[in-house]
Design a protein around this ligand. Structure first.
Ligand code: SF4
Length: 86
């Protein structure tokens, strides 16, 4: 599957600094369970090699920043037909 890059309309909004990403994770985590660091790293490794990852940050199927989505216990991978997260 071809990786799509360079959308003029939203590229700036999906490229976030590490500081902003940490703030977004903190906001998303309020009242929700986090996965372990090991599970988070496993999910991120999968996302970073997934053909659905766009701009190095965003899942094309849900539009989420994967670094945020992967932290949430009640979150899942929306890859069609089967989750790519183990
Ligand atoms: S959440 Fe799933 S479909 Fe989206 S980038 Fe990660 S592994 Fe790929």
């Amino acid at each position: 599957m071809e990786r799509l890059e360079g959308c003029k309309g939203c590229t700036d909004s999906v490229k976030v600094s590490p500081e902003k990403l940490e703030r977004l994770i903190a906001i998303a985590m309020k009242g929700r369970e986090a996965v372990s660091d090991q599970e988070y790293n496993d999910r991120m490794d999968t996302c970073l090699s997934c053909p659905a990852l766009q701009y190095g940050t965003t899942c094309r199927y849900c539009g989420c920043l994967v670094a945020v989505r992967a932290r949430l216990q009640d979150s899942g991978c929306p890859f069609p037909l089967a989750s790519r997260w183990s």
